[in-house]
Structure formats: structure tokens, C-alpha cells
Design a binder for this molecule. Structure first.
Ligand code: FAD
Length: 496
């Protein structure tokens, strides 16, 4: 058995593992990414992401690349079984939102994964090893030990930290003693992705077909690509719906009796959509991220987004700890902040799914009052249209008492339009007092004056507002928050 050392080992080269490796590399931390398969997963999955997730892609240098494979998405329409519009929730897709990018975008996950992997290759400190199946992860005095096998045999890596980005059926979860908490949603859906140049005249938003007999979702993805999702009944056999005749029957309402000659079914697959969140996300320096930590039905298109938020939340903290700039205790904030956020997001998806489909045994309610139901259930309107994310859970770096002043949410003003890591920033309505400047400088905190706002906020390297203060001593109190997690030196990237 060979033995190796690495600052960080990432298990899984799905989008979450690749983004985590890229963000680490941008902060000067090398990693080894171990992936079981020789090639990226080729079939379509995620098709939607929001502006906060876009800004993570922008941070790793992929804004232009993502623009070239995506399109802004203008909202959602609810239609009945005859495809008559019952309600429409529109957003302006023609102008950038508050984060300087489209508020919602459509894309194809394999296209995004190609971009992510090509970008990863620009970081020589990342070793992506394919054909490597991880079989064990344990805590170690230096962090963790990872065991894996490839065609040459068995190997061990001692790592400063391990990121379990190994997806829904990942094994890292079991090694940290986590189990999935079931948020009570389990439905089988048939997902069909097609390619056709036939003129399919559709509005660019997502269509939810509120048909109690066959709830469905339909959307134009990009270019000649379209997706349908149909809910399967409890006793229905997916094989019966995927014969050529049955598929033609399902798609007839959009194409008429004859399907276009060039229609290519890229794939059809049955997925069991679940709502689950792991009950613990960390053991020492071993962490869970992405689908390994949470699974959501796709009704608000947040599964991949939640995983990229995990990576974005954790990486600057972990890099700071590994570089000796931040205190080990900051790692506690990852689960404290992300688990409640992910849970709220999954619950919102379940609520939207229930309102749109009526649940397996409540179909009649959809006919009678989808709209009324939608607006009564907390979180639904937010889930349907607004891309504003819930606040992060409280921690030493999120003053949850001040969530009405934006703590735990992204502060739009400081998200850079250029790629690269950032440090802490204080945004204030007035100049810093001379006495504050030395501490700001020592801790590498940027200071930005915004006339017209009241008081001051501390914005973290991931763009979330940590705390808000006003009055005399505001800057000193915000600086003390950074001091409480600092190991005494300025963070790398702080002045970027
Ligand atoms: C039909 C459908 C529609 C969806 N729509 C959306 C949407 O619109 N928006 C959205 O945000 N999300 C959506 N999602 C969810 C999204 O696809 C996932 O959340 C995302 O792919 C998760 O990424 P990940 O990196 O966490 O996991 P994965 O992409 O599953 O990657 C995990 C990787 O780990 C590897 N691995 C596992 N075990 C081991 C091991 N022991 N050793 C080595 N490697 C290992 C796997 O081979 C895999 O490559 C959808 C999903 C589906 C199925």
C-alpha cells in the first residue's frame, strides 16, 4: 500500500468537488481529488441556477464561459391540463439583477461540468485522479486518512482535511456517523431530455402543468434542448411510459400528433425525488458537501446550487485555518450556517412541489385552488419566483439577531465582478476613525464608504453579511468579530 500526504483530499469530482478544489487552489491550497469514474457523468441533471450561485462561478473565473452555455430565465407559468395559463410569475430576464448577473439561468449540467473541469486544469496544485474508489476515511492527528483503490492497488493519503463531495450514495457520510433526516417527500418522476430543431413556440420560463392526473414540468433549456418531467403514480411502471408510442403520447400536447423527424431523445430516466438532510456534516476535519449532505426535489432548482454554496461557505474558512490565519474554531460555523439554510431550501422545494402537484393523494386540490394554496404556504412565493436565498444559520460569523438588517445574506455591493478570492470588508456610511485603521490593516480588512446607508456592516469573504452596527464604536465592534476568529495574521486574498 502506498502512502502519500496532501493538504486536502476531495472525494468526488462532481460539480461540488471540482468547485471546492478550484476555490481552494485560488487561496493557495493544493488538493487531491479522487473520482471513481473515468469520465464525468454525461447525462443531463441540473438545468437552473440563481444569481448567488452565478456569482460563485464568477469568482472562479467562469462568468463569460457560463454566459456562453446559458440563458437568462424569465420566471414560471402554471398551466392546467389543457395548457391554459392559470398564473404567471415573471421576472425581468433582460437586465441584470442586484448581483450584476441574471437572477435565474438555464443551462445543461454536462456543459457546466465541462467548463468547471477545463478551468480546474488551470490550477497545477490540484491533482484530479480518476479511476480511484475511496473505501475509507478516518480521523487522524494531522486531519484525516483516506484509503482508496485504483488499478495499481491500494493507497492511503494523510490529509489536513477531507471534503466528502461524493454525492447521494456517497460513503464519507457513514464514516462520520451521519444519517439522513427524512423531510417527507418521496416521489418517482420520469425525466425526458430531448433535442430538436423543430420550432417549438414556447415562453422561456418554466411551465408547471397542474394536471392532477399527470403533474408535469416542461422547460426550454438552451438552444434546441428541452426537458419534460412527469410524475409517476405509485403503481405505475416507468417502462410502460417509455416505449416509443407511450413517449410520443406524452409529448403530443406540445408537438401535435406527429413528433418532429429530427426529435432526439437524449435520455429518459426515472428518478426518485427525495427531501433529506444529513444530521451531521462534520467530524473533526472531515466534512460533507453537496448531495452527500442534502437531497432535494428539483422544483425550485436548488440541488446543485446548495452544494456550490456549501463549497463557497467552507473553503475560505478551511483555507484560512490551513494557512494558519484563522482559528480552528471557525470550522464549527460551516454546519451551523449551512445546515439550517439547506434545510429551509429543501423544505421550500417540498412546499412548492406539494402546491404544484397536490401530493400523491391530494390531486383534487390542485384543480380547485393551486394559487390560493401557493400563497398561503410560507416560503412558496419565495420559492416560486424570488431568487433571494434564506439567511445562513447563526454562528459567531452570522449575528442571527440582526437578520432583518441582512445578516446571513449576501451583500450585493461587494461581490467583485472580477474573479479571485476576497477577504473581510467593512462597508460604512463614514470614514474610519484613525484609531481603527491600525487594526483594520493588521487584520487585512478592507474598508469601503457608502454614502446614503446607515451604520456599518461586516461582509465576509464569501459575500455574506456577518454583523451590522451603528453609532460610535461601530467599526471597532465589527473588527472585534474578525479578531475573534483570527489566528493573528491577515487573510490571504484579503486585499484582492
Ligand atoms: C433530474 C434532476 C434534475 C435536477 N435539476 C436541478 C436543477 O435544476 N438545479 C440544481 O441546482 N440542481 C438540480 N439537480 C441536482 C444536481 O444535479 C445535483 O445536486 C448535483 O449534481 C450534485 O453534485 P455533487 O457534486 O454533490 O454530486 P455528484 O454530481 O453526484 O458527484 C459525486 C461524485 O462523487 C463520485 N463518488 C461517489 N462515491 C465515490 C467514491 N467512493 N470514491 C470516489 N468517487 C466517488 C461520483 O462518481 C460522482 O462523480 C437535479 C438532479 C436531477 C437528478
Amino acid at each position: 500500500m502506498s502512502e502519500d500526504r496532501a493538504p486536502v483530499v476531495i472525494v468526488g469530482a462532481g460539480p461540488v468537488g471540482v468547485v471546492a478544489a478550484t476555490l481552494l487552489a485560488q487561496r493557495g491550497i493544493d488538493s487531491v481529488v479522487l473520482e471513481r469514474y473515468a469520465e464525468p457523468y454525461p447525462l443531463p441533471r441540473a438545468v437552473h441556477l440563481d444569481d448567488e450561485v452565478y456569482s460563485i462561478l464568477r469568482e472562479i473565473g467562469l462568468a463569460a464561459g457560463f454566459d456562453s452555455i446559458s440563458r437568462p430565465m424569465p420566471g414560471m407559468r402554471l398551466v392546467d391540463a389543457q395548457h391554459r395559463t392559470m398564473a404567471e410569475f415573471r421576472r425581468d430576464a433582460t437586465t441584470p439583477g442586484p448581483l450584476g448577473c441574471p437572477q435565474a439561468s438555464m443551462f445543461d449540467q454536462p456543459d457546466l461540468e465541462r467548463l468547471l473541469l477545463a478551468n480546474l486544469a488551470n490550477h497545477p496544485g490540484v491533482a484530479l485522479r480518476r479511476g480511484c474508489t475511496v473505501s475509507g476515511v478516518e480521523r487522524h492527528t494531522d486531519g484525516a486518512v483516506v484509503r482508496y483503490a485504483d488499478e495499481s492497488g491500494e493507497h492511503r493519503i494523510i490529509a489536513g482535511a477531507v471534503l466528502g463531495c461524493d454525492g447521494t450514495n456517497g460513503i464519507v457520510r457513514q464514516f462520520i456517523g451521519a444519517s439522513m433526516l427524512d423531510l417527507r417527500f418521496c416521489e418517482r418522476w420520469l425525466v425526458i431530455d430531448v433535442n430538436t430543431a423543430a420550432p417549438l413556440s414556447v415562453w422561456g420560463g418554466v411551465h408547471q402543468i397542474c394536471d392532477p392526473q399527470r403533474p408535469a414540468t416542461f422547460m426550454h433549456i438552451t438552444g434546441t434542448r428541452y426537458r419534460w418531467e412527469f410524475r409517476l403514480g405509485p403503481d405505475e411502471d416507468a417502462a410502460d411510459l417509455t416505449t416509443p408510442d407511450a413517449l410520443a403520447g406524452l409529448l403530443q400536447k406540445w408537438f401535435g400528433p406527429a413528433l418532429p423527424d429530427d426529435l432526439e431523445i437524449i435520455r429518459h430516466a426515472t428518478y426518485t425525488f427525495r427531501a433529506q438532510v444529513a444530521d451531521r456534516w462534520r467530524s473533526g476535519r472531515i466534512f460533507l458537501l453537496g448531495d452527500a449532505a442534502h437531497q432535494t426535489p428539483p422544483f425550485i432548482g436548488q440541488g446543485l446550487g446548495a452544494g456550490l454554496r456549501d463549497a463557497h461557505n467552507l473553503v475560505w474558512k478551511l483555507a484560512g485555518v490551513l494557512r494558519g490565519e484563522l482559528a480552528e474554531s471557525i470550522l464549527d460555523t460551516y454546519e451551523l450556517e449551512r445546515r439550517p439554510h439547506a434545510t429551509r431550501t429543501v423544505r421550500a422545494a417540498v412546499a412548492v412541489g406539494w402546491a404544484l402537484t397536490g401530493g400523491q393523494d391530494r390531486a383534487a386540490r390542485v384543480r380547485k385552488g393551486t394559487l390560493a394554496v401557493m400563497w398561503r404556504i410560507p416560503g412558496i412565493s419565495r420559492g416560486v419566483l424570488s431568487t433571494s436565498s434564506p439567511a445562513l444559520g447563526s454562528s459567531v460569523l452570522v449575528d442571527g439577531r440582526l437578520s432583518r438588517r441582512g445578516t446571513g445574506r449576501v451583500f450585493p455591493g461587494v461581490l467583485a465582478s472580477e474573479p479571485g478570492p476576497r477577504g473581510f470588508t467593512i462597508v460604512s456610511d463614514r470614514a474610519a476613525a484613525p484609531g481603527d485603521l491600525e487594526r483594520l490593516h493588521r487584520l487585512g480588512i478592507r474598508y469601503s464608504i457608502r454614502r446614503g446607508r446607515r451604520g456599518a456592516v461586516l461582509v465576509r469573504p464569501d459575500g455574506a453579511v456577518a454583523a451590522a452596527e451603528s453609532g460610535s464604536g461601530a467599526v471597532a465592534r465589527l473588527t472585534a468579530v474578525v479578531e475573534s476568529v483570527s489566528a493573528g495574521t491577515a487573510m490571504a486574498g484579503a486585499t484582492a
